[in-house]
Write a protein that binds this ligand. Sequence first.
Ligand SMILES: CC(C)(COP(=O)(O)OP(=O)(O)OC[C@H]1O[C@@H](n2cnc3c(N)ncnc32)[C@H](O)[C@@H]1OP(=O)(O)O)[C@@H](O)C(=O)NCCC(=O)NCCS
Length: 177
Amino acid sequence: MSTVFIDKTYSLGDGSSYLIRPIRLNDKERIIELFKHLSPESRYLRFAHAISKLPDDFLENILHLDYETEMALVAVIQNQIGVEEIIGIARYVKPPNQDICEFSLSVSDSHTANGIGTHLMTDLITHAKENALQEMVGYVLRNNSKMLHLVSDLGFNTSKINDDPDFKIVSLPLREK
Ligand SMILES: CC(C)(COP(=O)(O)OP(=O)(O)OC[C@H]1O[C@@H](n2cnc3c(N)ncnc32)[C@H](O)[C@@H]1OP(=O)(O)O)[C@@H](O)C(=O)NCCC(=O)NCCS
């Protein structure tokens, strides 16, 4: 039985705030909008290849969470006309028969460098710990220095992947040894 995530509110530097909450089934259009606000470079850094549209199966997968093995947290603001907008998403997936999980993270280009990516990751890590996962791992492109810096600040270790020089693997133990 997975634990319930309690929504959290964080402030942005300009006096406004954003909420971090689990993704909902009705977030589809908001996720599509978030993707549209990622530059080609950010899409490449996130998906490791250039894509112009979110694949339908990817979209359906993240909306239909299996809470036993997955979590996706979104950062949400109210835009100027009071409509909810998703400005970031962090997700993990647990492979079958393993106690580890693999994360991914994206923040809208217009909202980076406000600590949103760090807060999404921190909340995702807390949720993974509460659900007894042993380790969080991620595959980050070698030239994605911002992401490597972000996870290193959170205590992740970075290693090379022998047969794939383009990527680094980052990992964080979630249990005290
Ligand atoms: C990488 C990415 C997730 C970072 O998201 P972010 O929300 O900008 O991350 P943060 O704001 O938490 O941290 C980024 C930097 O902003 C700084 N920062 C944090 N809060 C800040 C604030 N209030 N004001 C100014 N800067 C701040 C952090 O110190 C960090 O700087 P540093 O790298 O020098 O330490 C985002 O750029 C992104 O989506 N990139 C494309 C997709 C991608 O690369 N995904 C990772 C693949 S798994």
